[in-house]
Design a protein around this ligand. Structure first.
Ligand code: MN
Length: 202
């Protein structure tokens, strides 16, 4: 397993086909206020590519990957990452998969759908969340931050496979895919001022 740190953009030599696990680290959880600091990517092969985002710098290779219709972007809680990427890089991520939505729709036996919970329950892997609230704004992430950031993308392929089997078993595959397909619209609503309001209620 290796961690590769890139500055500004993904190098053109790093290619993903079929699917890529994606996560982001930011200056906070407020989509309007907080900037995107790091984008983590993995092909599900044990390696992670971390891209340090500098404020105001364009990242054409990263944007092309997010918009590539032939590559599924696998997130955990895609609603936040997709919104963050949309606002900071100006691109919609498509197609996407969200392990949190998938888990909520098939694992109705529990209300614990965090990434740490999924890794423990479905893969027997203990994930540390120690660096979650550390300062991601520095010019380069620390070694501990890099390891933490990598861990957030290393297991998403395995989780997706487990969750797809559970969704099929429970007859909820179509519902999950339709819900996940709505995520870009959900992120657009968040950014347009409907973050806290459920527009489907009476
Ligand atoms: Mn993360």
């Amino acid at each position: 397993m290796a961690i590769f740190l890139h500055h500004g953009d993904l190098p053109a030599t790093v290619r993903f086909t079929g699917s890529v696990a994606v996560d982001t680290e930011t200056m906070g959880l407020n989509l309007q206020r907080d900037r995107l600091c790091l984008v983590q990517l993995s092909a599900g092969d044990g390696d992670a590519h971390l891209v340090k985002i500098a404020p105001g710098v364009d990242a054409p290779n990263l944007k092309a990957l997010f918009a590539d219709a032939s590559v599924v972007k696998i997130f955990h809680y895609a609603r936040f990452d997709v919104g963050m990427i949309k606002r900071n890089l100006g691109v919609d991520c498509a197609p996407v998969f969200c392990t949190k939505i998938a888990s909520k729709l098939c694992r109705t036996n529990t209300d614990r759908h965090g990434l740490k919970d999924l890794c423990r329950d479905l893969l027997g892997v203990e994930l540390s969340k120690e660096q979650q609230t550390s300062d991601w704004g520095a010019p380069a992430p620390s070694a501990a931050q890099q390891q933490y950031a990598a861990n957030d993308v290393l297991y998403l392929h395995e989780l997706k496979a487990k969750l797809e089997a559970l969704l099929a078993r429970e007859g909820r595959t179509e519902l999950a895919l339709a819900t996940i397909a709505f995520l870009n619209t959900r992120a657009a609503l968040d950014l347009a001022g409907w973050a806290d309001e459920d527009i489907f209620t009476h």
